[in-house]
Design a protein around this ligand. Sequence first.
Ligand code: NDP
Ligand code: 8X3
Length: 252
Amino acid sequence: MPKLILITGATAGFGRAIARKFAENGNNLIITGRRQDRLDDLARELTGKYNIEVLPLCFDVRKLPEVETAIASLAGSWRDIDVLVNNAGLAVGLNPVHEGVIDDWERMIDTNVKGLLYMTRLVSPLMVARKQGHIINIGSIAGREVYPMGNVYCGSKFAVDAITKGTRIDLVAHNIKVTQIAPGAAETEFSMVRFKGDETRAGSVYKGFTPLSAGDVADVVFYVTTLPGHVNINDLVLMPTAQASAAITHKV
Ligand code: NDP
Ligand code: 8X3
């Protein structure tokens, strides 16, 4: 039986790989992000390859009216969302707190925390009404351990950890699974965003070891949705073998 999966941040990295993984397994998708051209390309690719339906919705998770309009636009069976993957997120900058850029902090908190909350607030009632659903929040090893200059990004991911736990408690009576997937270093567009397009700095993050790929994370996200109804993975930390902790990576 195909499921309907809503993925935020499906224009790149984990989100796009998660979309591809669910599509190749015959599921229908709502894919979201701010880049309409990438959403259209992905929808074309996936409907061309697989016998599935894909609905692209272009909006900014930081803007509550845009999120409200997007979710209100869902009609008929598009409201029957089985899995919400709260993936859209970013790190911006890597500075000690006394030199932090406040606009960077606001972007991270607005996207990683408030955007995830807006999506959860608007999609979870649809799940509660159907007494079924699965919310998967993409946290991070940065939400378990703080590393130098990670200050606000780590804070936003610690918030995801707490919000995930709280969401699980509040929705347990409604038969809704709530899972956090917390990856370590993965090579996506993440570091290009963090270092504001500086390819040399971004590339150096992944030199000397094998990071996770977006596909590795997608495989795990897909796996947690394949378990029987009475089984939930609450929390899963997924690391490159060469990364022992947030700040310790064995590089050669
Ligand atoms: P990418 O930069 O490759 O992808 C980020 C995605 O988020 C894009 O699709 C982007 O879409 C979307 N996004 C960002 N801001 C917004 C916004 N305001 N509104 C809507 N969509 C937005 O990064 P990753 O795939 O690596 O990151 C995905 C998630 O995984 C993030 O939450 C990140 O914090 C987390 N993570 C990443 C790790 C890594 O090492 N890469 C490790 C652990 C966690 P668009 O720009 O089109 O809006
Ligand atoms: C991204 C992983 O360790 O670079 O969440 O912050 S890390």
